[in-house]
Design a protein around this ligand. Sequence first.
Ligand code: ZN
Length: 260
Amino acid sequence: MKIGTGIYLEKLNQNPDFYQEAYTCLELQDFVMPNNLDENRDSLIDQYTTVLKNYKGLLTIHGPYIDLHPTSFDPLVRDVCVQRYRQALGAAKALNAKFMVVHSNYENITHYAGYETYFLQESISFWKNLIKEFEASKVTAVIENIHNKNAHLIRSIIDAVDSPYLAACLDTGHAHALGKSQLITWVESYGQHLQYIHLHDNNGEQDQHLPLGEGTIDFQVFFAKLKEIQYDSVMICEIFGEIESQQKNLKQLEILMKQQ
Ligand SMILES: [Zn+2]
């Protein structure tokens, strides 16, 4: 299993040795921001290439999502999303990153009849068109749950697109606070399509990105389930805070994994 952290260049540069030694995977999150896909992109790639020149771990990136709507009614709006994903994919390729996290565009406030069917069809059509570019670049897109209530729609998109380069990212904090649902059910629903995990804790009400054990998620049950399915892919700690919180979180993670 690859244990990683979400990071951005400024933070990495503050303590490059710590991050490279503590983690076997780094998820570069700068490419979320539009200006980092436009004027800053090449400079970021150069700087990461320099600072990580001796890093032996796996690199992944978090893709853009701000104002992006892959399932919009408006083809021009969908096209902006394609263009931004393409720019991020270019960055992933240049950095030899193997995964790109993308957000599910599912809105849980939209309750008109037929919304879920519409969302599913539009997501499938969007990914059937774009996935070829991910396949050509050998980068796996992983769809992350945000407001999703369960794994059903994301799983159905992955099944329908049917590419080894489209999989699921389970965000534990989002499932707990925003989806209000049991983590082990998500793991069971995704099965082998689960290739990526965002790991953080919260109180079940807010998306707090706390270190493990500081919120109300039952991680013992979660890790037991991961062991049962022999999960062996990427696990990214997505907690806020500096080195101290990172170390505390890693210690907690180690205890949880040993208990299994
Ligand atoms: Zn996340």
